[in-house]
Write a protein that binds this ligand. Structure first.
Ligand code: ADP
Length: 467
């Protein structure tokens, strides 16, 4: 698996959770997996082993010095080390600005990952995740098309979010030594630029995305980000496989991050989690009896901040409390800080990335809010189910596939009005404590572990190899 993120080494969102937990789940199907990620500055090499000293990547006259470390894990996790490219504050950029050399950073990464396959881990299937790895299938189809090392290898490209496309000027192709012939509408060309995401879509042997509904949605102009036509062309190899979750990480019975454990049989600890969460956010203890809404998210337009802004005042008027944790676009970070100022003692926000706090919000909130504009799969609503935190979600992508009447509240139209109606329905239902607890328990009994989804990936790998 080639990915720009993998938990616990590097994480900004759900991609990391998936790449961090799918490999172990695949083991039970006999699939041996290695994971390759960049060695960002934040990854400590203290316990890692240097396993390959010199695997330089040459793009014409320019050469990038690369070495490979192996991190301690249950399966091989290879870290591509090239300090001038990856030893920086961010993964993709800083202060809301992408790094200007991302086309080179992730091209070098893809080439280094192919190098890992050449010298360290014999590979049958390159399972590539998101635009940062889209050049793996492209190099295999062009530069290495006749290289005996890769004969018979197959590629699977998984789209975790079509909204991030790796778009660069056409001149990028020369800088990353790609055959100029790929600059065509059925190659990497995308409205006068090159798209690394489109490279993955066009050149991989098979495609997948992270929920059945999202697999359908991305073939429509509304959700296709301009790529719907090429996804429709590849519909016969496009699979929708719902993400699984790692309940070893996310279970209220065993979670070391939360102040009191609880379970469906004994919900007692959840009240402690709620009380302490209110306190942690500086909200009044009076909130204990009223619904506490939680959000954990990348603060971007995708996550529905726009419609939340429309209705924040009316929502608060329902006598509810909201805690939110996230980071992302400065515009949306400011929005949450403003909401906090406008509704002191009601809304409290934390800007930043804090895994422990994410767990405490899952445990301490009554209702989890995900009003996403679109959501390929979404993991937080699945964690919420397991923590007895009833999700209020927009019926899109994986949110629609995982939440049903009886386990949460869904709304269809992307509007403040529809969101408010769903929040009001949840607040109303919260008042009947017995039926609310039945709803919590129904959610807690759902099983979204990797079992089924890993089986689907394993079967897909096998189909690919049999081709
Ligand atoms: P996406 O991948 O679009 O960001 P998902 O719901 O699929 O959304 O996954 C988000 C993952 O990232 C979850 O594990 C969530 O807890 C975590 N996460 C997101 N933002 C933060 C944050 N600010 N602090 C801690 N964890 C976060």
């Amino acid at each position: 698996m080639i990915s720009s993120e993998a938990a616990p080494f590097a994480k900004t969102g759900g991609l990391a959770d998936v790449v961090g937990s799918l490999p172990s789940a695949l083991r039970s199907f006999g699939d041996e997996v290695a994971v390759v990620i960049p060695r960002y500055g934040s990854i400590d090499l203290k316990n890692a082993r240097r396993v390959w000293d010199n695997l330089p990547v040459h793009f014409g006259p320019v050469s990038y010095p690369v070495s490979i470390y192996q991190a301690p894990a249950d399966y091989p996790v290879y870290l591509v080390d090239c300090p001038p490219l990856y030893d920086r504050k961010g993964f993709y950029g800083e202060s809301g600005m992408d790094y200007p050399d991302n086309h080179i950073r992730f091209a070098v990464f893809c080439r280094a990952a192919l190098g890992v396959a050449r010298v360290l881990f014999r590979t049958d299937i390159f399972h590539c995740h998101d635009w940062q790895t889209g050049l793996v299938p492209a190099y295999l189809r062009t530069t290495f098309a006749t290289d005996p090392t890769f004969l018979g290898c197959r590629t699977l490209f998984t789209i975790h979010n079509l909204g991030y496309q790796g778009l660069f000027p056409k001149t990028a192709l020369a800088e990353v030594a790609l055959d100029p012939a790929v600059y065509r509408p059925d190659g990497m060309e995308f409205f006068g630029r090159v798209s690394y995401l489109k490279a993955g879509i066009q050149f991989a042997d098979a495609l997948s995305t992270v929920s059945p509904t999202y697999a359908r949605e991305i073939q429509t102009p509304e959700f296709g980000f301009g790529l719907d036509d090429c996804l429709r062309d590849r519909a016969s190899v496009l699979n929708g496989i719902l993400n699984g979750v790692d309940y070893a990480e996310w279970s209220p019975q065993t979670d070391p991050h939360i102040p009191a454990p609880y379970s469906a049989e004994d919900l007692g600890g959840k009240a402690t989690c709620k009380r302490q969460l209110l306190e942690e956010f500086g909200l009044p203890a009076a909130g204990t009896d009223r619904p506490l809404l939680g959000m954990v998210s990348r603060f971007t337009r995708q996550k529905g901040t726009g419609i939340l802004a429309e209705i924040a005042a009316q929502m608060v008027a329902e006598d509810v409390y909201l805690v939110a944790l996230g980071e992302g676009d400065p515009e949306y970070e400011d929005f949450f800080l403003r909401m906090q100022q406008e509704h002191p003692g009601r809304i409290a926000a934390r800007i930043g990335f804090d895994n422990g706090l994410a767990h405490r919000i899952e445990a301490g909130a009554d209702i989890f809010l995900m009003p996403s504009h679109y959501e390929p799969c979404g993991l937080n609503q699945i964690y919420s189910l397991h923590y007895g935190t009833v999700p209020v979600v927009r019926a899109t992508g994986g949110l629609d596939d995982t939440i049903e009447e009886g386990t949460g509240f869904k709304f269809a139209e992307y509007s403040g009005e529809a969101l408010l109606a769903a929040v009001r329905a949840a607040v109303h239902a919260f008042a009947d404590r017995e039926s609310w607890q039945r709803m919590m328990r129904r959610g807690m009994s759902k099983d979204f572990s990797w079992k089924m989804s890993a089986a689907a990936y394993s079967a897909l790998y096998r189909r690919l190899l049999a081709r």
